[in-house]
Write a protein that binds this ligand. Structure first.
Ligand code: 5AD
Ligand code: FES
Length: 348
């Protein structure tokens, strides 16, 4: 199995069956070699830098009904909120003084945030913070909406494809959602000049190794600037409440594989990874990750952006994830970068 790691390291690709073999392997020594190679590649392009993104969770209202997600519209128990313009701007102000140079506005698919409203918020942030990157993560919208928001000053867009297997996509989503539209959105975003982040959950219900290989192949086609992956974590008020969650081992293995396949990509150590293990994000950083996304949302709404159970950074003690993450990054042997942190591959 170690030869497969070396082959992936030197050639950035493997056949489908080799990838499947590497994903299925459970050998600790292979895992450690993969980690070492992944870290070597991340350090070649990014040194020890870890980029920070200030995450502002703007709304927990969502018109979608993804079966895995705690804020799906069918969850009558979900506590819904949305931030208004002033609250979003005050998160940016706080974030800027904490040193963030990227703001990510993420939320459910909430029709309250019309193109007009989003564009006016984006323009205001753009004007106030010309040195910051503005990232959106607001789900599927029309090409025209993406165009207008880009024109207003947005730079980046995060939209996980969730799974590139049509069959699995159907089992994780309601009938009215389609993988084709998801993919349409992602290619529209790229064509419009956004730096794009995509990704998938690891260990989602019904997910097979072949599905994961399909995800890797899809990412090779899309060539996103960022790839966000994290373990599936069951949420108690969803149809998947009783399903098993994704494991730390498999998530780390996929992070290592992604770093070797996409040497220059931005790879976040996600909150979900930090949720399933207290040192999950640190282990992610040591396995090729080079981004963390501290929570900048007002503390009183954090529990309401409830995608999965036991989500970290939602209590009073997490008021300043910035400093907590600083310590964690340094303790893992890396350094906090105070720049915008564009992808090493992105040139316009
Ligand atoms: N477990 C892990 N990740 C989840 N997401 C949504 N629900 C869950 C869950 N139960 C992820 C999706 C989405 C991102 C914002 O959160 O991949 O794209
Ligand atoms: Fe949020 Fe540690 S990063 S509390």
């Amino acid at each position: 199995m170690k030869e497969l790691v070396e082959k992936l390291y030197s050639g950035q690709d493997l056949s489908d069956s080799e990838l499947a073999e590497l994903i299925n392997d459970r050998d600790d020594e292979t895992a450690e070699l993969l980690r070492i190679r992944a870290d070597e590649v991340r350090q070649r392009y990014y040194g020890k830098k870890v980029f920070l993104r200030g995450l502002i969770e703007v709304s927990s209202h969502c018109k979608n009904d993804c079966l895995y997600c705690g804020i799906r519209r069918s969850n009558r128990d979900a506590d819904r909120y949305r931030l208004d313009r002033e609250m979003i701007l005050s998160c940016c102000e706080n974030g800027y003084s904490l040193g963030f140079r990227t703001f990510v506005m993420q939320g459910g698919e909430d029709s309250f945030f019309t193109d007009e409203l989003m564009c006016s918020i984006i323009s205001e942030i753009r004007e106030k913070y010309p040195d910051c990157a503005i990232t959106l993560s607001l789900g599927e919208r029309s090409r025209e909406s993406y165009r207008l928001m880009k024109e207003a000053g947005a730079d980046r867009y995060l939209l996980r494809h969730e799974t590139a297997s049509p069959e699995l996509y159907r089992r994780l989503h309601p009938a009215e959602m389609s993988l084709d539209n998801r993919i349409r959105c992602l290619f529209d975003l790229k064509e419009l000049g956004y730096q794009v982040g995509s990704g998938f959950m690891v260990g989602a219900p019904f997910q097979t190794t072949e599905d994961l290989v399909t995800d890797l192949r899809f990412l090779q086609k899309l060539q996103p600037q960022m790839i966000g992956i994290g373990p599936f974590v069951p949420h108690h008020s969803t149809p998947f409440a009783e399903e098993k969650g994704g494991t730390l081992e498999l998530t780390l293995r996929l992070l290592g594989i992604l770093r070797l396949m996409f040497p220059k990509v931005l790879l976040p150590a996600t909150t979900a990874l930090g949720t399933i293990h207290p040192m999950g994000r640190e282990m992610g950083l040591k396995t090729g990750c080079n981004v963390v996304m501290p929570n900048l949302s007002p503390v009183d709404v954090r529990k309401k952006y409830d995608l999965y159970d036991n989500k970290i950074c939602t209590g009073e003690e997490a008021a300043e994830c910035r400093h907590c993450l600083d310590r964690r990054i340094v303790s893992a042997g890396y350094e906090v970068a105070s720049e915008r942190g564009d992808c090493a591959d992105f040139t316009i």
